[in-house]
Design a binder for this molecule. Structure first.
Ligand code: AMP
Ligand code: MG
Length: 529
């Protein structure tokens, strides 16, 4: 196995001169060199051929000893200089100071087919940024990250990728629900792959430390390597500072990312500014979850149970809040708040347009105007009257025909009935609300001459049939812990084609089973991972 090394970050940005691995406050550096910990009995549990291809590795490479040694952290290949990044962040709305890669170690950047990728091990041991923790990751959270990042990619959601899931053979102590019941769990390492792992927090830490020189260096570096078009632009933006062009692009990408999250029902769970990629990609899969019942107030993260800051319906506002923090960090390079404010203001109006266009597409409207906003808002309200499975609902809705092919709204309701966790009383208020909504919906559909079949095809291209429901990941974790990786393979294959009908896999197109309703790992997750 040969990696096509193409390091830039650890070449061009200032390194922490100290090479020991003590926890410390790092100043004047973008990263610290570190060495991954050697696992005692590493074993590949799953690897993605698709991601391997992206970085120029073959199927044979995946099966090689070299692969296992490199991506478990057991051996650092020649020429590779692993490092942990220094960054800060706002956690749950409060400035937390220096955070950094406490259990992530960047191995290297590679170049393949003109694209550069950063390879990063998560859970490969301590770094100067590990603070009070051990730098390790448990199998359950690593498996969840590996499967979910690939599932997100195939859903068309911008995301970091995952090359491999490797058990380390070492046990890791965790207090899973923070209730004093700590126990040993199997450890694992995931190799994440992304253009870069630069976060909002990388800029914030320099700004917070008043290190404007390095703030400028990191910004120049990021624009040069990752946002090369932002300093050319069209004529009207000729005088614009490259920093502003960069910020605008980050804002657009972050907005697009969160709209995808809302579309598929993904709840990140910990949208701290250190968990925001400047590429507008989903990053740091921790206590994330998938909406089952459509509910704007739902969060999977028990650590956030009190204030629900990161609940489903609040995610877009949190992206905006996080962008404001990034703007504050970049401000010293521009010293003019107006262009930042304009971009943040624009985010609000763009959000309304893009969000409604997305929701419209979910119900088969390709030409949404503000006249449709009420129909869409009514839908969201109606969906929350009684527990209604989001994925099932939108998928089944594609079968509701327009015009007179069915006798009435009752027939439409029968088509989506399977989405209800309990069918509403036919004579009750919920049924009446749905009938009213369906009446308006079909009036709207009848304004278009698109056929039922064409509309269904369009809807099925944006409404996934299969998502990684929380209990599915947990089943895979239980089976893998018992020594059987077959469910990882099955779910990985299933989630590669989330929009396709897969008749052999109908069992995964179903509501969450009742046993999973209040089970830890299925509906309740903590940050402990
Ligand atoms: P998170 O919000 O989970 O992404 O993590 C917040 C910060 O805590 C980051 O700086 C992580 O690197 C660090 N962290 C989380 N878990 C661990 C761990 N087990 N060991 C060391 N650092 C950790
Ligand atoms: Mg993080």
């Amino acid at each position: 196995m040969k990696l096509k090394l193409s390091d830039h970050f650890n070449d061009e940005l200032p390194a922490d001169p100290q090479l020991t691995n003590q926890r410390r406050q790092v100043r004047g550096a973008a990263f610290s060199f570190v060495t991954p910990r050697v696992p005692s009995a590493p074993k590949v549990l799953h690897a993605s051929q698709e991601v391997a291809q992206l970085i120029g590795l073959s199927a044979d490479d995946l099966a090689s000893k070299d692969f296992l040694a490199t991506f478990s952290g057991a051996r650092v290949p020649e020429g590779v200089r692993p490092y942990a990044m220094c960054y800060g962040g706002h956690q749950f709305g409060n400035w937390a100071g220096q955070l950094g890669d406490g259990r992530a170690i960047n191995l290297c950047e590679v170049k393949h087919q003109d694209k550069r990728w950063t390879l990063q091990l998560k859970g490969a041991g301590e770094t100067p940024y590990s603070r009070t923790a051990d730098g390790l990751a448990v199998l359950r959270s690593s498996l969840r990250e590996h499967l979910c990042s690939e599932a997100m990619f195939h859903l068309g959601v911008p995301t970091t990728r995952s090359l491999s899931l490797i058990a380390t053979g070492d046990d890791v102590m965790r207090d899973m629900m923070y209730d004093g019941n700590a126990a040993y769990e199997p450890g694992a390492v995931v190799c994440r792959v992304a253009e870069s792992f630069i976060r909002f927090g990388n800029f914030q830490i320099f700004a917070a430390n008043g290190d404007i020189e390095n703030l400028q260096r990191l910004t120049d570096y990021t624009i040069k390597h990752h946002f090369p078009l932002t300093d050319t632009g069209d004529e009207s933006s000729q005088d614009e500072s490259p920093t502003i062009g960069f910020f605008r692009e980050v804002a657009t990408r972050s907005l697009d990312m969160v709209i995808h999250w809302q579309r598929v029902g993904f709840v990140h769970g910990v949208m701290n500014t250190d968990n925001m990629s400047i590429h507008g990609q989903t990053i740091d899969f921790g206590p994330y979850g998938w909406l089952e019942g459509y509910d704007h107030d739902w969060t999977p993260n028990t650590t956030d149970r009190q204030h629900r800051r990161y609940r489903y319906g609040h995610q877009p506002q949190i992206v905006l809040w996080n962008l404001l923090q990034l703007a504050n960090a970049l401000y010293p390079l521009v010293e003019n708040a107006d262009p930042f404010q304009e971009i943040l203001h624009d985010f609000q109006s763009q959000f309304e347009i893009k969000y409604n266009a997305m929701m419209g597409a979910k119900i088969g409207l390709s030409d949404v105007t503000s006249a449709d906003y009420k129909l869409l808002a009514d839908l969201e309200e109606t969906l929350q009257l009684t527990e209604t499975d989001m994925t099932l609902f939108f998928r089944l809705l594609a079968d509701v025909p327009k015009s007179s092919t069915v006798r009435g709204e009752a027939d439409a309701l029968a088509i989506i009935d399977d989405a209800f966790y309990q069918s509403p009383d036919p004579a009750g208020a919920v049924t009446a609300s749905w009938q009213k909504w369906f009446c308006n919906y079909r009036l709207r559909l009848n304004q278009s001459d698109q056929s039922n079949a064409d509309r269904a095809a369009d809807m099925n291209a944006v409404n996934p049939k299969y998502v990684l429901r929380n209990y599915m990941a947990q089943l895979a974790i239980d089976k893998t812990t018992a020594g059987d990786v077959s469910l990882i393979v099955e779910l990985y294959q299933l989630l590669k084609r989330p929009y396709d009908e897969q008749p052999d896999c109908e069992k995964w197109f179903a509501k969450r089973p009742e046993w999973a309703r209040n089970k830890v790992g299925c509906s309740m997750l903590s940050c402990s991972s």
